[in-house]
Unconditional design. Structure first.
Length: 676
């Protein structure tokens, strides 16, 4: 969506009709409106918000007093704002009136003909620029929807999901969940097995629990992120105190913390090794008693020559075939000796059996060997872990000693910071435990739901009347899983792209070697080269906000061209900023002004002129400036000793305060246009 023009009539400081045409040029996409403070820049910004949504920016005062005072004195009772805009390559016009005459109308312009939309106007306008997203694009900087918190971090989770079009998918998930509950209700009315209904109710309860647990986990993660950010700031404040004793103790503590972290990793490795040993050798432990008894039996039998029989079948067969005993005596077929030897075949051993016995003996000996090896390795692992536990215990006590020593330093700020640090460590530990418990509960619920779904599938065959309902429910659940998985995948790629875009800007334009960090709680902040969060100045906070939202809009524009099946971009609207460069020094102001038009389709800047920051000149030089306006104030009072204010545009100076005028009003005047 791009704004074409704005017309205000008797709205706040503007008496009569005042008209402003924005630049629609793709290259020269920036419109600047210059005005001294108090002339009505914020009135213009809020005229746009009010026209679209009857909404105002947080910094807009007395928002019930909208009728121009001069118009009121002349008997006028209504005020109007009209906006022309382009959306989906179609031209639209909206008009909102307030006061005695109150209406809201929308027209679509086709081949020069105005066709009024006669129903669903508010809903249609909200689909073009959603009311809960307007504050991202149209901002006066005071109480903006994007504010840097005390932790020097900017919360971005909601804005990312809004602007990148998660709303439609999230609404689909909500609708699918509602439909699933309706199906459960319908199942109660169908004659199905009571066990099936009870199982479905259990699954429904578990899924509700799953949603609540996931929401709680996200909240706990956000809290942990906040505590960790606060902890990092406290650490930085401690290290910034110019006391040798503090520096020495904090350095020693940091070194010990690194050692403890390494030792904890070693402890985890030993634990994993122990589990691996148990998995590898557990069967040996269970077989130990058996292998001892079996080996004794085999060895005793072999020693006596009785395993598995006293004679070998091959030996007996050879004697009978050769008709000669091993002592040399002849053996004739049918003789007593022949019959006795032939009877030995009943007890003679088979060579295959003997081979199997020997293989069994070899395996049992291997078990005996492995048993000794396993015992030695497990004993060594347990001893090493016990030693490491003892060292860790000592190091943790030493950490406490450092904390006590630091807190006893005769410096009020040090003791306060150390107490705060200790409290935050306790909170961080508690939050991590909450997260661990939450993840464990979610995993348990996941398992229970999978198991229940399996049981449900088996029971469905017993309830043919409910089969259609169950198929619908399964389809809904599959759809929800598909949407959730896609959202997670897209969100991960979005944060990667977002970080790359912002880091590119910071690398080019920021003086310090800063990058951004996106926390697990979906906040961003500037971080130094050593990874510490930077407490931002007003200028740095403004830069972060501008570049973040501009980069996000750029990503939304890219996402539109890719036509993702799940995401429908929430809004791609112009950025309308009131005094965006006021908190930036000259270098930063020019850098941001140079970059913003590259990231968005249309940029509208309402600002007072600062001779030190030639924003218009910079944008003209870069080929991005489309139009320049200024607000001209007609003042009925005499000038007296008050100075006449001027604005310079394109080497032309304009007087913007005219005293002794017949009426008080503000006019919108075009100063320069760089588009054909």
């Amino acid at each position: 969506m791009r704004l074409k023009y704005l017309l205000v009539e008797n709205f706040r400081s503007f008496y009569g009709e005042q008209y402003l045409e924005f630049s629609l040029d793709e290259k020269k996409n920036t419109t600047i409106v210059y005005a001294p403070n108090g002339f009505g820049k914020t009135n213009l910004l809020n005229a746009i918000l009010w026209c679209f949504h009857r909404k105002f920016s947080p910094g807009f005062k007395a928002n019930t007093d909208l009728l121009n005072w001069e118009a009121k004195s002349r008997g006028r009772k209504s005020f109007h704002v009209e906006i022309g805009f382009i959306h989906d390559n179609k031209e639209w016009r909206i008009k909102r009136s307030g006061g005695a005459i109150s209406f809201f109308k929308l027209w679509r312009i086709e081949e020069g003909n105005f066709r009024e939309v006669d129903s669903g106007v508010e809903a249609l306008v909200n689909s073009i620029l959603p009311v809960d997203m307007a504050g991202y694009f149209i901002s006066d900087g005071e109480g903006s929807d994007l504010q840097i918190g005390k932790d020097a971090l900017l919360s971005i989770g909601r804005s990312v999901r809004d602007i990148l079009g998660f709303n439609v998918a999230e609404k689909a998930l909500e609708d699918a969940a509602k439909l699933t509950k309706e199906i459960v209700s319908q199942l109660r009315e169908v004659q199905v097995d009571e066990k099936l209904v009870a199982l479905e109710e259990t699954l429904s309860f578990q899924r509700d629990q799953q949603v609540r647990k996931r929401k709680k986990l996200a909240e706990d993660t956000e809290v942990l992120s906040q505590y960790q950010a606060d902890f990092e700031l406290v650490e930085q404040d401690l290290k910034s105190i110019d006391l040798d004793e503090v520096k020495s103790l904090t350095d020693q503590r940091d070194a010990l913390l690194r050692t403890i972290a390494r030792q904890k990793r070693e402890r985890r490795d030993l634990q994993e090794e122990r589990i691996s040993l148990i998995r590898t050798y557990s069967w040996v432990a269970f077989a130990q008693r058996f292998q001892d008894e079996a080996l004794d039996f085999i060895d005793e039998a072999e020693f006596k020559g009785k395993l598995p029989a006293p004679f070998n079948i091959q030996l007996v067969t050879d004697i009978l075939e050769e008709e000669s005993c091993i002592c040399g005596a002849p053996i004739h077929d049918g003789s007593d000796a022949f019959l006795k030897i032939q009877a030995l075949l009943q007890e003679a051993s088979n060579p295959d059996i003997i081979n199997r016995v020997h293989r069994a003996r070899g395996r049992l000996i291997a078990i005996k060997t492995l048993s000794d090896t396993a015992l030695q390795q497990l004993k060594k692992n347990i001893e090493k872990r016990a030693e490491l536990d003892e060292v860790l215990h000592i190091n943790k006590r030493t950490l406490d000693d450092y904390s006590i020593k630091i807190s006893r330093i005769d410096h009020s700020k040090v003791s306060d910071l150390e107490a705060r640090r200790k409290l935050l460590l306790t909170k961080i530990d508690g939050s991590k435990k909450d997260i661990w418990r939450g993840e464990a509960d979610i995993n348990e619920l996941d398992d229970a739901i999978r198991s229940g779904a399996g049981d449900m599938g088996r029971l469905e065959a017993l309830a043919p009347q409910a089969k259609k309902l169950f198929l619908k429910k399964k389809l809904l659940e599959k759809t929800q899983d598909l949407i959730k998985n896609e959202l997670e995948k897209v969100e991960e790629s979005i944060y990667t792209s977002l970080k790359e875009k912002i880091d590119d800007f910071l690398k080019k334009y920021l003086r310090q070697d800063y990058s951004i960090k996106i926390t697990s709680g979906l906040k961003i902040g500037l971080v130094s080269s050593n990874g510490n969060i930077v407490p931002t100045s007003g200028g740095q906070s403004a830069i972060l906000s501008f570049i973040y939202i501009s980069s996000l809009v750029a990503l939304a524009r890219e996402a539109t061209s890719k036509r993702n099946a799940i995401l429908q971009p929430g809004a791609i609207a112009p950025l309308v900023y009131d005094a965006p460069f006021s908190s930036l020094d000259r270098v930063y102001a020019l850098n941001v002004a140079r970059e913003l038009p590259n990231l968005v389709d249309q940029l509208i800047v309402l600002m007072y002129q600062d001779s030190d920051k030639d924003i218009a000149g910079e944008l003209q030089k870069s080929g991005r400036l489309g139009k320049v306006y200024y607000l001209n104030a007609n003042i009925s009072a005499d000038q007296g000793e008050r100075p006449v204010e001027t604005i310079r545009v394109a080497d032309q100076e304009y007087v913007v305060t005219h005293y002794g005028s017949p009426i008080d009003n503000v006019e919108i005047v075009e100063a320069a246009s760089y588009v054909s």
